[in-house]
Design a protein around this ligand. Structure first.
Ligand SMILES: [Zn+2]
Length: 286
């Protein structure tokens, strides 16, 4: 994979080093009591409660963010992520335009340890990268890649796949898929809810494959890159994760799909290159 010809995205917020690591996440350590206390304190002191929350949650008021243009150039991982994000913006803009739709680009927040989100509680590095529909931002602590199984985390295309998967959740948000699924999940038992979650996740893998299909020439993707992406997809399969954690493999508890399923849907997107081919909700054959 060759990212050298790509610009960086202008949608990266760098919250690393803004106190996040030692700070307290809204909804995490701070808790609802802390929120109420902060709001009451704000009312008494005449300060804007949101500003106080910002300072409590590790100084995450918007002034303290660095824009991506200020990402240190020797910060190779961050620059890489920013360029991958740019590539997803280019490809999804074209795909949306082909359906006469305008693509609204998601944000991407780099943070250390904890940070706050709008609508998704506190971001915690332990849960890995995620997309928050409430603020349309992807949250990632780059140290996640060090924890990803050594082979997957050290490959540049494997890291790109992780970003493309989170961007895919943004696509699902833009297309209304997340809203529909969440409405159904609220009326479902846990088993059905998990099964719906698997369909959402496999669709995201498929959409990530579409990005890889469209970007393969501009990024000079090779067979090895695709193999690395498949290895990464496999390494985050529910059966593999359960086995690695020393647990029994119970498919009813799957929320992302098995390793084989994740590879299959990424491949489907990569080979087919069409959004219609990614309808994981209309098939019994996951
Ligand atoms: Zn996902």
């Amino acid at each position: 994979m060759d990212l050298d010809n790509l610009q960086q995205s202008s949608n990266v917020e760098d919250r690393r080093g803004s106190g996040g690591g030692g700070g307290v996440a809204l909804g995490g350590g701070l808790g609802i009591g802390g929120v109420i206390i902060a709001v009451i304190f704000g009312l008494i002191s005449g300060q804007n409660p949101l500003q106080i929350l910002g300072s409590l949650t590790g100084g995450s008021s918007s002034q303290s963010y660095n824009s991506s243009s200020q990402l240190p150039q020797d910060d190779a991982r961050a620059v890489e992520i920013s360029r991958v994000l740019k590539s997803t913006e280019q490809q999804w803009t074209k795909i949306f335009a082909a359906s006469n739709r305008q693509y609204r680009e998601p944000g991407l927040v780099l943070y250390n340890g904890t940070t706050d989100t709008v609508g998704c509680g506190g971001a915690q590095a332990e849960v890995g990268p995620f997309y928050c529909p409430g603020d349309r931002k992807i949250y990632i602590d780059l140290r996640f890649f060090d924890q990803l199984s050594s082979t997957a985390g050290q490959n540049d295309f494997a890291r790109a796949y992780v970003i493309a998967h989170e961007v895919a959740h943004h696509i699902q948000n833009e297309l209304g898929v997340l809203d529909q699924v969440n409405a159904r999940r609220q009326q479902s038992d846990e088993r059905t809810s998990n099964a719906l979650s698997v369909r959402v996740e496999l669709q995201a893998d498929c959409l990530a494959g579409i990005w890889a299909n469209k970007a393969q020439n501009s990024l000079q993707l090779t067979q090895t890159d695709i193999r690395e992406g498949l290895a990464a997809a496999s390494s985050v399969g529910d059966d593999t994760l359960q086995r690695e954690a020393g647990r029994r493999v119970v498919s009813d508890n799957f929320t992302h799909g098995s390793s084989a399923q994740r590879q299959r849907w990424f491949t489907k997107g990569f080979q087919g290159g069409s959004v219609q081919g990614c309808d994981t909700f209309k098939t019994n054959q996951l």
